[in-house]
Design a protein around this ligand. Structure first.
Ligand SMILES: Nc1ncnc2c1ncn2[C@@H]1O[C@H](COP(=O)(O)OP(=O)(O)OP(=O)(O)O)[C@@H](O)[C@H]1O
Ligand SMILES: [Mg+2]
Length: 507
């Protein structure tokens, strides 16, 4: 076929005319210089629009260029541009017009003196790519969803590339490690999360087959090093991410064990307390039984010693010996009496009482004793404490024992502070008795509430004071604990439940 430019131009024009795309050529001031007629794109140039009209008006009835116009971009940059144009329903007849079309624009050097054209133009093509944008949007949405998913996971999620650079670091990871997300992404290496050498060991384990399969490490007990140098115990589930056979990243799920460990410790403490309570109760029963058995023979010893002293003419040495026997027997009787008192199962007399008054009364009885002469007594009572249901005699006993112990520990000088207060909403009255004495050695702290536990020299203590206090406070559904203070001396905490008046009758 012979090349004929006229024929070629004819075909080209026909091709442009019949293409199912709108093609518009506009000037730099948005005037339509030429356009094809596209019946499939009615919403575009309507058939009546003419060359010379302003494109945004002819197309969309706008008074100014469209917001996302690619031609404007071409004017600015001189480079081709692809943009999406969204057209409102009321402007166009297309009912489905949320996404109307994509426009592609490119600059065209059109000036030609032969045909008298002086200015260059911009070609605008409608480009049916909304689906491309929709895909893109879907991807962005699903990326955001995944990010959200990872970020809100309860376990720490940390991923790194093969050099150890952190690429994912979720919120739980910030709590486990103490690093912010930004710090982690910008400057942290995965090796810093583990104690020295552990990151390599973990990679080695993942590469072997023995910990859940190749590339996997399952339920591995580990510690994570926090920013402040302390460690967080964790369970680590980790894997290597492969592209084909190539390792490209690793990802770890860090399950924080701190709360579980705290609960474990609490349960252990409760078990010890339970054991302690059981031990105390059986020891108490045993003691009471023994005391009961001893009571009669002791009475006999005292009585017959007295008779011998009265009825026989004895040498003074023999009299002295008998007096010693009598004194020791009396001491034994006193201990037995205390023991029986300790184990007494009599019904408590519960009455609504003001705890500040009970403590004050105990102090009143004690403060004039010589042992308190050089002891400063600080009383700090919360007047807002309501009356609570207690047995006043028993509580006197408790406070008396603790205060006398404190005085013993201070060996005559120091200060004794007694506080009563309410603490938030725990429904308890708190009483603390603290001293500036020698404190309780840590080795005996767990034993001080046991019956007969004493560090006092023979004849000075029976070791029943605190065990009695323990029993009384427990029977009031309260709690008694002791600890040493940082600054020296010890402090006893007694908590008693607040009870409503209408409960009085039930007790
Ligand atoms: N405030 C305190 N400071 C230091 N140690 C104390 C204190 N209170 C109690 N202890 C220690 O606890 C032990 C037990 O006290 P507990 O009151 O049960 O018996 P005790 O005082 O030795 O004898 P008693 O039966 O005469 O009270 C004491 O021997 C002492 O070692
Ligand atoms: Mg005591």
């Amino acid at each position: 076929m012979i090349y004929d430019s006229k024929v070629e131009n004819h075909y080209l024009l026909k091709a442009i005319e019949t293409i199912k795309r709108q093609i518009i050529i506009i000037s730099h001031d948005y005037k339509i210089l030429a356009s094809n007629c596209n019946p499939n794109r009615e919403y575009f140039l309507n058939r009546n629009s003419k060359e010379g009209e302003i494109c945004y008006h002819a197309l969309f009835k706008f008074d100014s260029p469209c917001q996302n116009c690619p031609a404007t971009e071409v004017k600015k940059t001189g480079k081709p541009s692809l943009k999406r144009i969204v057209i409102d329903d009321d402007i166009n007849c297309n009912s489905n017009s949320n996404i109307c079309s994509c426009l592609y624009a490119y600059p065209m050097a059109a000036s030609d003196s032969d045909v008298g054209i002086e200015e260059d133009a911009i070609v605008v093509l409608d480009f049916d790519l909304p689906s491309l944008f929709t895909c893109d949007e879907k991807r962005v949405t699903s990326d955001a969803f995944l990010r959200n998913l990872i970020n809100s996971a309860a376990d720490g999620v940390i991923a790194s590339d093969m050099k150890g650079k952190i690429i994912i670091f979720n919120k739980a990871a910030t709590e486990i490690s103490g690093y912010s997300r930004q710090e982690a992404i910008e400057s942290l290496n995965i090796r810093d999360i583990y104690p020295p050498g552990d990151a390599q060991k973990i990679m080695k384990k993942m590469r072997s087959n023995e910990y859940g399969g190749k590339g996997l490490l399952k339920a591995y007990k580990q510690v994570a090093v926090r920013k402040d140098g302390t460690v967080t115990p964790i369970i680590l589930n980790a894997s290597i991410v492969y592209e084909g056979d190539k390792e490209v990243a690793s990802i770890g799920f860090f399950h924080d064990l701190r709360e579980a460990k705290r609960l474990e410790a609490e349960i252990e403490k409760m078990q010890i307390q339970l054991l302690q309570a059981e031990k105390m109760s059986s020891l108490g029963k045993l003691a009471a039984g023994v005391a009961h058995q001893l009571n009669n023979p002791l009475g006999g010893i005292t009585l017959f010693t007295q008779l011998m002293l009265e009825e026989y003419d004895l040498s003074s040495d023999a009299k002295d010996d008998l007096l010693k026997i009598q004194r020791d027997a009396e001491r034994c009787s006193a201990i037995v009496k205390e023991l029986l008192e300790f184990a007494r199962q009599t019904k408590r007399e519960l009455k609504l009482q003001n705890i500040n008054k009970i403590v004050g009364r105990t102090l009143f009885l004690l403060r004039n004793q010589s042992i308190f002469q050089n002891i400063k007594i600080i009383e700090n009572y919360d007047p807002a404490i309501p009356e609570i249901l207690v047995d006043i005699q028993q509580l006197n006993h408790v406070f008396m024992n603790i205060i006398l112990n404190a005085a013993d520990a201070m060996e005559g000088s120091g200060s004794l502070e007694i506080k009563t207060f309410l603490n938030g909403n725990d429904n308890m009255v708190h009483i603390t008795i603290s001293d500036t004495g020698h404190g309780i050695p840590d080795s005996i702290l767990p034993n001080i509430f046991e019956p007969f536990f004493t560090t006092k020299e023979e004849g000075k203590g029976t070791g029943l004071g605190l065990s009695m206090a323990y029993g009384i406070v427990e029977s009031h559904q309260g709690k008694i604990t002791a600890e040493n203070k940082h600054e020296g001396g010890s402090i006893f905490h007694i908590n008693l439940p607040l009870k409503k008046e209408d409960e009085e009758s039930k007790s």
